[in-house]
Each structure stands twice: as structure tokens, then as C-alpha cells.
Design a protein around this ligand. Structure first.
Ligand code: CMC
Length: 463
């Protein structure tokens, strides 16, 4: 895939060079020494500035617009690596050897089969549910996949297996594309193995979640369109499989590479709200599945991962590049927060948007008129936001601004943008939960009480 798409590598290297040029004067590493607890720091509302823990997983330099996973610059990983390598890197600390990568891919492929989870999921009206709500529910169901197998000696009971044509499956429409690719819901004979959920290190549960959240997202994408889920194809890469399980056809090398880069870019990002949510739940010694379910819940909000869907709504509301000036005027009068712009940490251009913008632009003339119009509107909006706020308030496009256009070009509908973000971020969430649990301490910050004292109960009929 990488060798077949050299022009995409060129785009990333050009973005990296631009980032270097534009942030040459910003400070590099403000602090990289070990902390001595208790630590004094200045904290703002929303825990701004608070240091929750130490980590070796990722580093964000907001002044420089610099994102690092385990010491590797994000541009370099996008240019030369794959999501499989990057997710392994986040979890294990080093890039995998040839053998380690092969074993990791084998496990991901195995864990992408979610027989019980999908059977449960499609028995709910997924097509009517919020996609992130359905994804969270599916992720929690994944826990069951292993507990039931434990009980049954590693094998699901044959009676539990149902054919794809039974009434209990909500959607009956035949998938288009590859006819025989329907998810079969059959009992799969497996040798007894250690349960992922019970694995002492937690690593197997991390693999299971990284693989499974992709399968669930693809299944939700299909059920929403009245189609049955599709079995993963063991021959395909993670990104290609995700595309295949959504669309029922294999991606071109270009589509596979673009989706792979999106997965790499969204995999981890410091102590963001969803990562923190996952850590808070994990710190109570709850399990990985519930922790990641909490990450998914936090990611869904429009101030966080939900912004990618909001961006498309905004662009549609604006209508065309000619409508941007009027819309901007209204937004500024109403002091509206513009989705896809601004960031708690970045006070420079988000490096992820530096990659996604040019990827959205690449070959845009071959897109549909609707997508070309969205892109032109986005470009004009970026120009006007930078002119109005850029230098003064340091508000730049963030990861969510162009990702929706890139996903739209891959034929993915807006309701699936945030679930796709989650598919990737599971790598960061699980890596950080795993790391945190080594030195776990339950999260328990304080709230400053500013309420009243000395009130006395008055019976309801006397109030
Ligand atoms: N549009 C207009 N003004 C903005 C924006 C924006 N998108 N973001 C921040 N500002 C202004 C804000 O009004 C404030 O101005 P003032 O000082 O005059 O009151 C100043 O910039 C600082 O903003 P803040 O709200 O204190 O910043 P925050 O760190 O609390 O919030 C944010 C960060 C990302 C929630 C916010 O920038 C925002 O709401 N952006 C839009 C939603 C969005 O795109 N979210 C995705 C974030 S990146 C990826 C992810 O996490 O998923």
C-alpha cells in the first residue's frame, strides 16, 4: 500500500516541512524530567494545566504544533508506517519486529470476529440509535464474548449459533458488493485459549478492543443502511478490512492508505477528555471494556470527537464559499464556537490538520459536486477564521476540520465520522489505561464548595 501511493507520502513530507518552517522559533521541550509528587501546578477551570499522571506514550507541544507517539514524530509515522505498527508502538513502547508484527496482525484478525457481540447488537434497533451510543453498547457487549467462552470451556455452544436469515436479525437486505461476504454468525470452533478479559497483563483485552471496535463500527455503518454485517477478510490490512467491512468491497490502494493515515493521526492525543474519562473509570479497577466504553461516551460530544460531524453540518448550513462572509459575521456576533477550530493545547496549526487538509485536497476535482462544494466552503471558512481570530486568539483548524471531507471522499456518512475516530483512538485509550494501571491510584480531585451552610429542613407542605 505504501509503495503504491508515493504521491501521498510526498504530501505528508511537504506538510512536515511546512510545519518545521512555520514553527522554527517556537520552544522545543519545555519540560521532560520526571515529576516529584506532590507536584505544584497552576490549574484552571476544566482542569486546565493539571498534571494527572506521568506517561511515556505521547507528547503534544501546543506552541510548536508538534505531536509525538513514543518518541516518533506523527509526520514520520504517517509517511512510513501503518496503523498496525502504530497501535503496537503505543501499546508496547517500540515498533514491532517482523515476527511481532505478524503475530499482532494475526491476533487482530482473530479478534475481529465478534460472533456474540454482533448477534446481540443487531437485535437492537441500531439503525435508529445514535451511532456512538450503539458503538458504546457494542463495546460493552464485547466483554461477554469472553466470559461466555470461559464458562463453556472456550467454545460457544452450537445452539447459540444462528443463520444470517433468521428473524432475530433485524436487517434482511442483501449486502451489495461481494455476495458471499455476509457475516455468518456461526459457531467457530476454537481451541481453548486464555481469555482476553482475564489475561493478567490486560494486553489481550487491548488487542481485542482495537480489533473489535472496528468490526462493531463497520457493522453499525451497514445496519444503518439496511445491510447485514460482513465477515472480516484475513488477507486485508486493518484499514482495508475496515473499509471492506463498511462497504462490502475492497478499497483501492489510495483509499486504503488515506484511511490508514486517518487511523494513525487519531490514535492518541495526550490527556484529552475521552482518554481522561477512560482512565478515571480504569482507576477504580473497573475493566478495560467499561473504561473504553466511557472513552467512547466522552468522545461523542461536539466539543471533542463529535466536532467532525458538526463541521459538515456547519459547511452544509453555510451552503457555499460565497456564503462564508455572512455566516462568519453571524457567528462572530453570536460569539459562536466554530466546530473544527480551536484547541485547549494547540496554539499553532494542529499537525493532524496539516496532513488532513492536503489529503482532502488531493484529487478533489474527481469528487462529487457536493464534496467539491464542501471542500471549497471549508477552504474559504479556514481563510476567514484565520483572518479574524488566527493570530490574535491563536485559533487554527484542528483534527476535526478536514477529516469529515476526507471520510466523505471514502464514501462514509457523517454519522460514522465520530465512531471512526473512536476506532483509532482505542489504541491510545488502551495503551494509556494499561500504563496507568501499573501505578494505579484512584482519581479523586476536589470541587470547591461555594454553596450555602446552616439550612434546616422544612416539611414539603410548609415550603
Ligand atoms: N470558534 C470561535 N472562538 C473560539 C473557538 C472556536 N472554535 N475555540 C475557542 N475560541 C475562543 C473562545 O471563545 C475564547 O475566546 P475569549 O477568550 O474571547 O473568551 C478563546 O478562544 C479560548 O477558548 P476556550 O473556550 O477557553 O478554549 P477551551 O480550551 O476551553 O476549548 C475547545 C477548546 C476545543 C473545546 C474549543 O476550541 C471549541 O469549542 N472548539 C470547537 C469544537 C471543536 O472543534 N472541538 C474539537 C477539538 S480537537 C479534537 C478533539 O478533541 O476531538
Amino acid at each position: 500500500m505504501l509503495a503504491q501511493t508515493p504521491e501521498i507520502t510526498e504530501i505528508i513530507l511537504a506538510a512536515a516541512e511546512k510545519a518545521r518552517q512555520e514553527t522554527r522559533d517556537a520552544p522545543d521541550h519545555p519540560r521532560l524530567s520526571r515529576l516529584r509528587w506532590p507536584q505544584e501546578c497552576t490549574i484552571g477551570p476544566g482542569l486546565e494545566g493539571a498534571i494527572a499522571c506521568e506517561t511515556k506514550i505521547g507528547y503534544v507541544n501546543g506552541a510548536k504544533g508538534w505531536l509525538v507517539y513514543r518518541g516518533y514524530d506523527i509526520f514520520e509515522l504517517c509517511a512510513y508506517s501503518t496503523f498496525e505498527e502504530v497501535s503496537y508502538l503505543l501499546l508496547h513502547g517500540d515498533l514491532p519486529s517482523v515476527d511481532e508484527l505478524a503475530e499482532y496482525k494475526r491476533k487482530l484478525t482473530r479478534y475481529q470476529h465478534l460472533n456474540q457481540t454482533l448477534r446481540l447488537l443487531v437485535s437492537f434497533p441500531v439503525e435508529e440509535m445514535n451511532a456512538m451510543g450503539a458503538l458504546r453498547m457494542g463495546t460493552i457487549f464485547m466483554r461477554q464474548e469472553f466470559t461466555t467462552m470461559d464458562r463453556e470451556g472456550g467454545r460457544p455452544a452450537v445452539d447459540d449459533a444462528i443463520g444470517a436469515d433468521e428473524d432475530s436479525i433485524a436487517m434482511e437486505t442483501k449486502p451489495f458488493g461481494e455476495e458471499h461476504a455476509i457475516y455468518e454468525f456461526k459457531a467457530r470452533r476454537r481451541s481453548r485459549r486464555k481469555s482476553a478479559a482475564m489475561d493478567a497483563s490486560g494486553m489481550e483485552a487491548c488487542y481485542h478492543l482495537i480489533a473489535g471496535v472496528a468490526t462493531i463500527t463497520a457493522a453499525i455503518a451497514r445496519v444503518r443502511r439496511g445491510l447485514l454485517p460482513i465477515e472480516p477478510d484475513p488477507e486485508l490490512s486493518f484499514a482495508a478490512n475496515l473499509y471492506y467491512m463498511i462497504h462490502g468491497r475492497r478499497p483501492t490502494p489510495f483509499q486504503e492508505r488515506i484511511l490508514d493515515i486517518c487511523l494513525i493521526l487519531h490514535a492518541d492525543h495526550g490527556m484529552n477528555a475521552s482518554t481522561f474519562a477512560a482512565l478515571v473509570v480504569a482507576s477504580t479497577l473497573s475493566d478495560f471494556y467499561l473504561s473504553i466504553g466511557s472513552g467512547i461516551a466522552a468522545l461523542s460530544g461536539p466539543l471533542h470527537g463529535g466536532a467532525n460531524e458538526q463541521v459538515i453540518n456547519t459547511l452544509r448550513e453555510i451552503g457555499s464559499s460565497a456564503g462564508v462572509s455572512n455566516w462568519m459575521h453571524m457567528a462572530m456576533v453570536k460569539k459562536k464556537k466554530i466546530s473544527g477550530f480551536g484547541h485547549r493545547v494547540y496554539k499553532a496549526y494542529d499537525p493532524r490538520a496539516r496532513v488532513l487538509g492536503p489529503l482532502a485536497a488531493y484529487g478533489i476535482e474527481r469528487s462529487t459536486p457536493e464534496i467539491i462544494n464542501l471542500f471549497d466552503t471549508a477552504r474559504e471558512l479556514e481563510k476567514q477564521v484565520l483572518r479574524s481570530f488566527g493570530t490574535e486568539k491563536k485559533i487554527f483548524p484542528n483534527v476535526d476540520f478536514y477529516s469529515g471531507i476526507v471520510y466523505s471522499r471514502l464514501g462514509i456518512s457523517p454519522a460514522l465520522f465520530t465512531p471512526l475516530f473512536a476506532v483509532s483512538r482505542v489504541a491510545g485509550w488502551t495503551a494509556r489505561v494499561l500504563e496507568y494501571l501499573h501505578h494505579n491510584r484512584i482519581f479523586r480531585p476536589r470541587a470547591m464548595y461555594v454553596g450555602e451552610f446552616d439550612r434546616h429542613y422544612v416539611p414539603v407542605d410548609q415550603r
